[in-house]
Design a protein. Structure first.
Length: 202
């Protein structure tokens, strides 16, 4: 059953909600990032916006939506994860440098929303798409966690399984950038061949 809450994602009305359904929108599988923190909110918004996400605030959470309407791609899982990694790195660096620490939790989930784009983007939540992202952020203790559906779609994630309060999630420990890795391997092999040719000149 659809949750009858539509959130305006334009910056001028970023926190507003309208109790109605998007009737002329389209259903799309999107990636949702939820951040629970009370610090660096402006910086987090800028990171989400830079990565072509749409953000809004709900209670004590800042959430970002990555859909084809803003990213121009349907492969939004990796964009959301890179955004989460960037936010986690930024907050981690702050906590290493500053005496006053910022507590945070970052969670990512995939699911369906009803979306429309006119002068502004609106969405209608379907089922527990957003609430699960928020629950994952809630259990993250200064961590960046993703749900299993994200982990299963991204083979290049380095993760560690965790379970808290009956919720199974995966702590992101890194992203293997395959293109950079492949270029490194190709360069290494090329150097090996050149070295052998130099050892045994014609």
């Amino acid at each position: 059953m659809w949750q009858k809450n539509i959130f305006d994602l334009t910056e001028s009305k970023i926190k507003e909600a309208e109790p109605s359904l998007v009737l002329t929108g389209r259903k799309e599988n999107v990636s949702i990032i939820a951040i629970k923190t009370d610090g660096k909110l402006n910086e987090i918004r800028e990171i989400i916006k830079k990565n072509r996400g749409a953000y809004y605030s709900s209670e004590s959470y800042l959430l970002g939506i990555f859909s084809s309407l803003t990213t121009k791609t349907f492969s939004n899982e990796i964009i959301a994860v890179r955004t989460g990694q960037e936010i986690s790195t930024m907050l981690g660096k702050n906590n290493k440098k500053m005496k006053e620490k910022i507590n945070y939790g970052i969670g990512i989930n995939n699911g369906e929303l009803i979306l429309s784009k006119e002068e502004k983007i609106k969405f209608t939540a379907i089922g527990n798409t957003i609430s699960l992202a928020r629950k994952i952020a809630e259990i993250a203790d200064n961590e960046f966690l993703v749900r299993e559906n994200i982990r299963n779609k991204l083979a290049n994630l380095k993760v560690e399984k965790t379970e808290k309060r009956g919720i199974t999630a995966f702590k992101v420990k890194g992203i293997v950038e395959r293109e950079k890795h492949e270029k490194f391997i190709q360069g290494f092999l090329k150097r090996q061949i050149n070295n052998k040719q130099n050892e045994y000149p014609k």
